[in-house]
Design a protein around this ligand. Structure first.
Ligand SMILES: Cc1cc2nc3c(=O)[nH]c(=O)nc-3n(C[C@H](O)[C@H](O)[C@H](O)COP(=O)(O)O)c2cc1C
Length: 901
């Protein structure tokens, strides 16, 4: 079987092979398959067993795969013609900041092909293959089976499970590219695991569309709010002193009516409010009416009906009940559209404010809207302090400025650079600032609904802010929320009563225009999360938009993974040919930048900055077998060290400006809540896999989801590169076992010394791996089962992280041996995920070499590191960023007027 639209990338290095400092012999699996299909030298195999060399010797040996290229060998043959028609439409650049709306969970059969050599798949039409072939990266190494085989799911029984002969062939070093042929081993088994819900046959196009976005597109043109002239201020009105007006007619003479506070509303003269002066009048009207009485009068007679049923009706039964009366009407289409439009077009504004004054009646309408917000126990805990004085605004500006500086100092360099360009307040640029407070005592001691949740008071005030914000938008007023304040400092500076909380500081004024997208999105600071990520049906995790079948996070993720885009790849090769340097002179960097282009579907590709390393931490039951010299509690202690900033990964992350985030996916002990720690414990450590499975399949899936969600969060937060890291005492034992399963290499060859163990302990470790494999006989075609048998929680999470990154077309820089093991599992789940992977470094652990060979990934850094924590990936980040930056900044022969060869 073949999938003609898919082409594999073999990022076979055209550069000189790595020259390891010390090596013993070649691994069982040289990446020879690429040689079958490409004229360029295949990536040089690295030794399977590498004796941990003396660090000093390493430091003295400058040879490295990337740093010492041989340009002659590296002339990338760019395609004769750039690819013209990508199979997959490039992402709409205008909406590039939006995360892709995931496709409906499809019938994904997790296949376990045997992709050989480098397998960064390329999405390409058949006609593109020729140019793609000509490049050193894009090698049409056979046609991989598509990951999604709907018919396989529809008729799993018709699938002919492939004999594991291929795995044997692999183990024997007979890898052939065609081994990717239908290695659809036991699809039904994996599908059953991964597709708990009935599969959804609808094509992607039929997925319910998130309503807000399409509507925004449709109406963007007609709305054109920015073209509306700013309302002409009415100075006469603005200067009119509002007169006291008894707006509220006393009511409830019998004492049973609505309790209206009989304070005369200080409303402006009605005539001063035209044309929209009805709003205050309406508000007054509301006070005059007695909502309870009106309700009572209009009470439908059928209200008693449900009481007849002794048992509460189930939702489905309720739905079947014939409605006695029609429900209260909603708004008509135009009115509804106006409501939705104001929500869609509300923006937080910091730029482009005008100095036009805001007429009193306009501000009054806005404040009235705020004042109609819902509140806990109807406590209405807000106050609005309207500030116009330049002096007060200046002092507020100073306070905000000092908080801005403090925040900037706390940021990783990659983020700080971005932040420097951002405007985060417009205190001095706006004629009106409004402080919105919450009084946590308002409503008295027994405020309904606040009994156990004191935070409901500030929440209520936040709702008032939203009302204000929307009403302001409808008036053509921009609002910018500033939270760069020390609240207590502000309370003092403004002379507010000490018992008040400050909920919001708002800058309000007329603006030149309302941007269509959040300013932070436009600046690349963040991306919009799709609605489908956040809507769950019945239970958390059963994600489904109304009317759609619940989908499984892993299925959804796999469905979104695509090969590299051939058009962008072609453009990258073309550009590299025209850059002012000899063709191929950037060696492996050219391959990386082409991969980044194909991944992002953009040429030049986005510079992968900011970046974040996610350190997945977990413990291992196999620790009990004496496979490491370190006590298990060191995992938790090192997590504390990462969070305290004292580990090697922190130093390296600081050097390259990356964020460090630590994910507790399975540390044995409870960890205190700390900034930077994501508490996502699936279970406190795995079970000892020498006596039983390490994990249940459900736990594996939960840990994979942790990884996917971590990738989603980091990408939505604006990160453009993800780095894997891990911490788990004894996890090299699990890594070795996983690598054995996926390479077929003997445990003695892939089991390393981890954190440093003596011969006796090493022999025991090898024996432990062997025994576990004998006990479980893990089937490589069942990646979930493999992880359940001998994996670790951090391996599963890293596999998910990698799949998540790939599904979001974001590069994932892999760290050491555990990341390599996780990548093997991820590849077994979705082979095309490798398109997003970059091997950061080559660890001194022999298993890592075997894993990289199997993955066909060439490491960028080769310094005999064996630490984990993401350290090798962090070192490689700069190389990856340099590769992308060169594509942006290096002049072309034509632009620089340099004569070509
Ligand atoms: C509670 C809250 C605090 C905010 N604080 C700030 C702030 O201090 N500075 C800033 O520039 N934007 C601030 N914002 C605005 C957000 O950045 C903005 O709402 C977000 O980027 C989405 O953009 P949009 O409001 O235009 O949709 C705040 C928003 C909220 C809801």
């Amino acid at each position: 079987m073949s999938a003609p639209e898919d082409v594999l990338v073999a990022p076979a290095a055209p550069v000189a092979p790595a020259v390891p400092v010390e090596q013993q012999h070649q691994p069982a699996q040289p990446v020879q398959s690429a040689a079958e299909v490409q004229p360029e030298p295949a990536p040089q195999a690295v030794p399977a067993e590498t004796v941990v060399p003396e660090p000093v010797a390493v430091a003295m040996a400058p040879a490295g795969p990337v740093l010492v290229p041989e340009p002659e060998a590296a002339q990338p043959e760019a395609p004769a013609e750039p690819a013209e028609a990508p199979v997959q439409a490039p992402a709409d650049e205008a909406t590039a900041q939006e995360l892709p709306e995931p496709v409906e969970a499809q019938q994904v059969v997790v296949v376990t092909p045997e992709p050989e050599a480098q397998a960064a798949p390329v999405e390409a039409a058949p006609e593109h293959r020729a140019p793609v072939q000509a490049s050193p990266v894009v090698e049409p190494v056979a046609q991989p089976e598509p990951v999604v085989q709907p018919e396989q799911v529809a008729q799993p029984e018709q699938e002919q499970p492939v004999e594991p002969a291929q795995a044997v062939a692999v183990a024997e070093g007979q890898e052939a590219v065609v081994a990717r042929e239908p290695a659809v081993a036991q699809p039904e088994q994996v599908a059953a695991e991964l597709t708990p819900e009935p599969v959804q046959p609808e094509p992607v196009a039929e997925e319910p569309v998130e309503p807000a976005e399409p509507v925004a597109e449709e109406t963007a043109g007609e709305a054109a709010p920015e073209q509306e002239p700013a309302p002409t201020p009415e100075p006469a009105v603005a200067e009119t002193e509002p007169e006291a007006a008894p707006a509220i007619a006393p009511d409830a003479e019998d004492g049973t009516g609505p309790e209206v506070i009989e304070t005369p509303e200080l409303l402006p003269e009605p005539q001063a409010q035209a044309p929209a002066g009805e709003a205050p009048a309406e508000a007054a009207q509301q006070f005059e009416e007695t909502p309870q009485r009106v309700e009572a009068e209009q009470q439908p007679v059928t209200a008693a009906q449900p009481e007849e049923s002794a048992e509460p009706l189930e939702a489905a039964e309720l739905a079947e009940q014939p409605a006695a009366t029609p429900p209260a009407p909603g708004y008509d289409d135009a009115e509804r559209e106006a409501v939705l439009r104001v929500m869609r077009e509300r923006r937080d504004i910091r730029n482009g404010f005008r100095s036009d004054p805001i007429p009193h009646e306009v501000l009054l309408r806005v404040l009235e809207a705020a004042h109609t917000a819902p509140s806990v126990g109807h406590s209405q805990p807000w106050d609005f302090v309207v500030i116009r004085s330049a002096e007060t605004r200046r002092s507020m500006h100073e306070l905000a400025q000092s908080q801005r500086d403090a925040y900037a100092k706390s940021l990783p360099k990659g983020r700080a650079k971005q932040f420097k360009e951002l405007k985060i307040e417009a205190i001095l640029d706006t004629p009106v600032n409004i402080v919105v407070t919450a009084d946590p005592t308002r409503g008295g001691r027994h405020t309904l609904g606040r009994h156990t949740q004191p935070q409901m008071a500030p929440y209520s005030s936040a709702l008032a802010v939203e009302n204000l914000w929307l009403a302001a938008r409808a008036e053509g007023l921009g609002v910018g929320w500033v939270s760069f304040f020390d609240e207590r400092e502000m309370v003092r500076a403004l002379g507010l009563p000490e018992h008040l909380e400050v909920v919001a500081y708002l800058c309000v004024g007329y603006v030149d225009e309302f941007p269509e997208e959040p300013e932070l999105m436009q600046a690349g600071w963040s991306k919009r999360r799709p609605l489908s990520w956040v809507v769950h049906e019945e239970t958390y995790g059963r994600r489904a938009l109304p009317g759609a079948e619940p989908h499984d996070l892993l299925q959804e993720t796999i469905s979104a993974i695509r090969p590299l885009d051939a058009k962008a790849l072609g453009e990258a090769w073309e550009r590299q040919k025209r850059m002012t340097k000899p063709a191929g002179a950037l060696g492996m960097l050219e391959i990386i930048s082409a991969q980044l282009s194909g991944l992002s579907r953009m040429c030049p590709p986005p510079i992968p900055e900011p970046a974040a390393v996610a350190i997945f931490a977990g413990d291992h039951g196999v620790h009990a077998q004496g496979v490491t010299a370190w006590p298990q509690e060191v995992t938790a202690q090192m997590v504390a060290n990462f969070l305290g900033g004292g580990a090697v990964c922190n130093a390296f992350a600081a050097q390259v400006g990356a964020e460090v985030c630590v994910v507790d996916v399975g540390v044995a002990t409870d960890l205190p809540a700390t900034p930077g720690l994501l508490p996502r414990k699936v279970r406190p450590g795995t079970a000892d896999f020498t006596t039983g499975p390490a994990l249940t399949r459900e736990e594996v899936l939960a840990a994979i989801e942790v990884g996917i969600e971590t990738a989603r969060d980091l990408v939505a937060a604006g990160n453009k590169a993800l780095l894997t890291g891990e911490m788990g005492i004894a996890n090299t034992t699990a890594s070795a076992a996983l690598i054995c399963v996926y390479t077929g290499i003997d445990a003695a060859e892939v089991t390393g010394r981890g954190t440093g163990i003596n011969d006796e302990m090493h022999a025991r470790k090898v024996d432990v791996v062997r025994r576990a494999l004998d006990l479980h006989q893990p089937d490589p075609a069942d990646p979930i089962g493999v992880l359940a048998a001998v994996g670790g929680l951090e391996h599963a999470a890293m596999a998910g992280f990698l799949l998540g990154g790939a599904s979001l077309r974001t590069p994932v820089i892999l760290d050491g041996v555990s990341a390599g093991a996780a990548a093997l599992v991820a590849r077994a789940i979705a082979p095309e995920a490798l398109a997003a992977c970059i091997a950061g470094h080559r660890s001194a652990e022999p298993g890592h070499v075997a894993a990289l060979n199997k993955l066909g990934l060439r490491p960028l850094v080769d310094l005999d590191l064996r630490l984990g924590e993401g350290t090798g990936a962090l070192l490689a980040l700069l190389i990856v960023q340099s590769a992308a930056r060169a594509m942006h900044e290096v002049a072309t022969f034509d632009s620089a007027g340099v004569t070509e060869k």
